[in-house]
Design a protein around this ligand. Sequence first.
Ligand code: GRF
Length: 188
Amino acid sequence: MKRKLGILISGRGSNMQALVEAARLADSPYTVALVASDKPEAAGLAWASDHGIATFARSPKGLAKAEYEAAIDAALRDAGVEAIALAGYMRLLSDAFVARWRGRIVNIHPSLLPLYKGLDTHKRAIEGGDSHGGCSVHIVTEELDGGEVLGQARVPILPGDTPEALAERVLAEEHALYPRIVADWLRR
Ligand code: GRF
C-alpha cells in the first residue's frame, strides 16, 4: 500500500514537481494526495492541478493562525494524507501543528545544516568563505530548520560565485535529493 503524501508550497514548487514526478515511478512508496498552499496564486498549484493532483489553497489573511492551520490540517486529513513534505513553504508552522504531525513532516533547506538556518543561506555560505554549499532534508520540529537531518547534497562553491548562481546549482541537487530521501523515509 503506497503512503499518501501531502505537499505544502508557497511558490513555484519546483521541489514539489520533482516529488510528483518521482511518485509516478512504479516502485515509489508514496503517491501525492494533496498539494496545499497559503498562497492561492502560487504557480505550483496550477501546475499540480494541470497534472491531475488535488489542490487546496487558503490565505491566512484575516484569520488567526490556529484557524488558518486548522483549515490546512482538515484538507490534509480529508485527503487521507499520512506524511507531509514542505517544499518552499514560507510560513512557520505552529508548535501545535508540528505536535499533531510529530515525526511526519519533512522539509528541504538550501544549506548544509546545521549551518545557515533561516534565510540567505547561499549568500552566507559564500561570504563565510565555505568550500561548499548544499541542501539538507530534515524532519520538522518546533525548532526552525532544527530536526534530524535525513540526507544532504554538497555543491562546490566556485571562484566568483554569486548567491543566484549557487542557488541554481543547489536547486538542481534538491530535485534529485528530495524525492530520494522522502522515498527512503517513507519506506523505513
Ligand atoms: C528551495 O530553495 C528550497 O530549498 C527552499 O525553498 C526553495 C523552494 O523552491 N526550502 P521551489 O518552490 O521548490 O522551487
